[in-house]
Write a protein of this length. Structure first.
Length: 753
């Protein structure tokens, strides 16, 4: 049984991994926008939250490491340390190390796991500490202002954030405050408790406090800094001299903890406003409300407006505090609108909904047999409600694919640096939704495709310039819905596929006989063969011939297909087409002999009745003239070797999959049907032309057709028939805009015999 501590630890790990992904995404974006304060704050928030959460479960290894990260990030936020590609690479490595520490937490042999990554952690800590000693960046010159542009204060403002180990190192924070009071007058002290955990989680040896101090004294900045000299290794210390520029206070406001602070609290805690001035402003606000009876204009009731009118704070500082409030609300709102649910519970719900769909169909069949009007109406209502429950349950498991695609930012960043190439990643269609189970299983194939594009597709910068291309290459990941499926494209603007090189390599690997004539489509199909690679040497990225073969083997169980478009010198696009879900589909039920088969309804274009004359002609030619268009036909009775004779009138179900049309000849049309997909089992999992099964309302089993395999076979049969008649074969385009491109649809399902 899972204990409460184990549940807390599991939640901590899950949330920390989400924060690490957010940190990685922000760091990669910082390469393009190094001065974006929002991105810098996002990285800092992630490190700060992980550090705080680690402390609650006493995971000191992460607390210590993220504290060093936080110190470096604080210098970046304050403008004392410039961010560049090397520092971003270091912080990315630090994120990887934190992830490795999380792995150690759940490892069976924790000591061995920690020892394995200890050297890497020490190296990264040394690199972080070297940045802490970096010289400050000189602030930009700001012209003097005579209009109140400087904060009129005759006190020093000292901001202290004590480290968690201050007490353990034998230091007493109050002793430094007492020493400071001997140099002058402490005008105000504000204690910050934002890092304070719940009482039952507190450690008496850990310091959770921060302080904002106003100090008056005839001293220089160096004297004030020397007071806290012994705290420098364990604390974050910032000192603002009297009459500081507004920009300094704005920087403080941006760096405030992201608690639910009011406008006045933000201004007071930053030192821009005193507590007395805030209380006077609040008192004035209450008096104005009482006098106006609540009818006064909205803008005059705002506290910021009142404080500015009283002359105690500048409008720029109020704007900065309001921006900080908006940022806090944006960061809090998504957290409040989501709950965390275990994926296995969601899978169990989907399974139960599937059984409910089957039971609803059975109830409908019984009602029809009984010819009871009330029962038929009740069964119809039940079916409608079950359909809504089904759609809602499936919607719970639908997630945007953007989170999966965004993880490739890091892959492109690391691999392109390793290969010495300059490559940008372009993501489109990130809002496209896909079943969560499908997202998890498609990630690995996409990794292989992206690595292939970076290594084989994108040329070196000097080669791109020589061929008239920009030095920076482009890899694009695109996702969209089409005909009840989701299509994920991996495209690059590189060299394209070299057909001569592919054919020569295939001859060398004895996949093709010397002198054998192959079409362009057949040549492109060779890159999907196991062990096939055109790389001249094995590297850490490619050369072992396991890329596209792995893609095919991963896509195959998902009832998907792969398409390749390539133009030499211009680039390659590889598309993966998948069903939206593997659980429940809307199907079209047809009869083949005494068996029932299901065709996914989204790909059904139309249904035709086949006359005896047309049927006889189609048996000879293998295709049908459909309004002037050649439609390849496939007789499912022949494919599945159904016993007995066909009915008096056969029917054709016209389907469109991936831009290719074909017709399935069946014995009867039985109408629409909600199909709960059931696996075939190991004995039948390689059955040609079948991708699954479902249970009908009467308890019988219906087979779900493997449409990609059957469409591919229909087109092959049509081509063979046309060649026998001496006619040119028809090139089936992958899509309407594929003219002029070499294209290939590779069916990943088992080939029908």
């Amino acid at each position: 049984m899972t204990t409460r501590l184990e549940l807390i630890q599991q939640t901590f790990i899950a949330e920390s991994r989400e924060l690490l992904r957010a940190m990685e995404s922000a760091l990669l974006q910082l390469e393009k926008a190094p001065h974006d304060d929002e991105l810098i704050n996002a990285v800092f928030r992630a490190a700060h939250t992980i550090k705080g959460s680690s402390g609650t479960i006493n995971f000191d290894a992460i607390v210590e490491f993220t504290h060093a990260m936080e110190s470096v990030l604080q210098l970046i936020r304050s403008g004392e340390l410039s961010i560049d590609n090397e520092l971003i690479a270091l912080l990315l490595e630090c994120g990887d190390h934190v992830s490795a520490l999380l792995d150690c937490l759940v490892s069976e042999d924790k000591e061995t796991a920690f020892a394995r990554i200890d050297e890497a952690g020490k190296r990264l800590l040394a690199s972080l500490n070297s940045n802490l000693g970096a010289p400050a960046i000189p602030p930009a010159a700001v012209p003097a202002r005579d209009d109140g542009g400087n904060v009129q204060s005759n006190a020093w403002h000292i901001s202290l954030r004590f480290g968690p180990d201050v007490l353990r190192h034998g230091l007493d924070p109050l002793s430094f405050i007492r020493y400071l009071s001997g140099l002058g007058e402490i005008a105000a002290v504000t204690t910050l408790l934002d890092a304070m955990p719940d009482a039952n989680l507190m450690d008496p040896e850990t310091c959770y406090l921060g302080m904002e101090i106003d100090f008056k004294g005839s001293v220089d900045k160096e004297t004030v800094e020397n007071v806290f000299d012994y705290l420098r290794e364990d604390c974050v210390i910032r000192i603002l001299p009297p009459h500081s520029r507004i920009a300094d206070y704005i920087a403080f406001i941006k760096g405030m903890p992201e608690d639910e602070a009011g406008l006045g609290d933000l201004l007071v805690n930053s030192g821009a406003l005193t507590r007395r001035e805030l209380e006077e402003g609040l008192r004035a606000q209450r008096l104005l409300d009482e006098r106006s009876g609540g009818k006064r204009p909205e803008h005059l009731r705002k506290l910021g407006e009142i404080l500015v009118r009283q002359g105690v704070v500048q409008n720029e500082l109020v704007d900065a505090a309001l921006d900080k409030q908006d940022l806090i609300k944006r960061n809090k709102t998504p957290e409040a609108s989501f709950i965390r649910v275990r994926s296995d519970k969601l899978d169990e719900l989907i399974d139960l909904v599937g059984e409910l769909v089957i039971a609803s169909a059975a109830a409908g069949v019984i009602a029809q047999r009984a010819s009871d009007g009330d029962m038929i109406e009740a069964a119809s209502t039940l079916e409608r409600l079950v359909e809504q429950v089904r759609d809602g349950a499936l919607g719970l498991r639908m997630v945007p694919i953007g989170e999966t695609l965004s993880r490739f930012d890091r892959l492109v960043h690391d691999v392109s640096r390793e290969l010495g190439k300059d490559v940008e990643l372009l993501l489109t269609g990130t809002e496209t939704e896909l079943d969560k189970s499908m997202v998890e299983r498609i990630s690995d194939p996409l990794v292989h495709l992206v690595r292939n594009a970076l290594d084989h597709g994108i040329e070196a910068p000097e080669m791109r310039v020589a061929s008239g291309k920009p030095p920076r290459g482009r890899v694009q990941l695109n996702a969209y819905h089409e005909s009840g499926s989701i299509v994920i494209e991996v495209a690059d603007d590189g060299r394209g596929l070299d057909r001569k090189k592919i054919l020569a390599r295939a001859v060398e690997c004895k996949l093709v006989a010397p002198g054998q004539s192959l079409t362009d489509q057949e040549i492109l199909r060779l890159v999907m063969e196991p062990g096939f690679s055109t790389a001249e040497q094995i590297t850490s990225v490619s050369g072992r011939g396991i890329g596209l073969d792995v893609v095919r083997r991963n896509v195959e169980p998902l009832r998907g297909s792969i398409a390749i478009d390539s133009q030499e010198g211009r680039g390659t696009t590889i598309s993966i087409r998948l069903p939206l879900t593997l659980a429940i589909i809307e199907g079209f039920l047809v009869a083949v002999g005494r068996s029932a088969c299901v065709v996914p309804l989204e790909i059904v274009v139309e249904c035709l009745e086949l006359s005896n004359e047309d049927g006889a002609r189609c048996r000879e030619t293998g295709y049908l003239n459909l309004r002037g268009e050649v439609l390849p036909l496939l007789r499912l009775r022949d494919v599945f070797e159904a016993p007995g004779e066909s009915g008096r009138r056969e029917n054709v179900v016209v389907v469109n999959y991936g831009g290719q049309r074909a017709g399935f000849v069946v014995d009867a049309l039985l109408g629409e049907f909600q199909a709960v997909i059931k696996p075939l089992g190991k004995l039948f999992e390689r059955l040609a032309g079948i991708s699954g099964s479902t249970i009908l309302g009467n308890g019988e089993v219906a087979l779900i057709l493997d449409v990609p395999t059957l469409v591919h076979r229909a087109i092959d049969s049509e081509g063979a028939s046309l060649r026998r008649q001496g006619q040119p074969t028809r090139a089936a385009p992958l899509s309407d805009d594929s003219a002029g491109k070499e294209s290939l649809v590779v069916s990943t399902g088992p080939r029908a015999p």
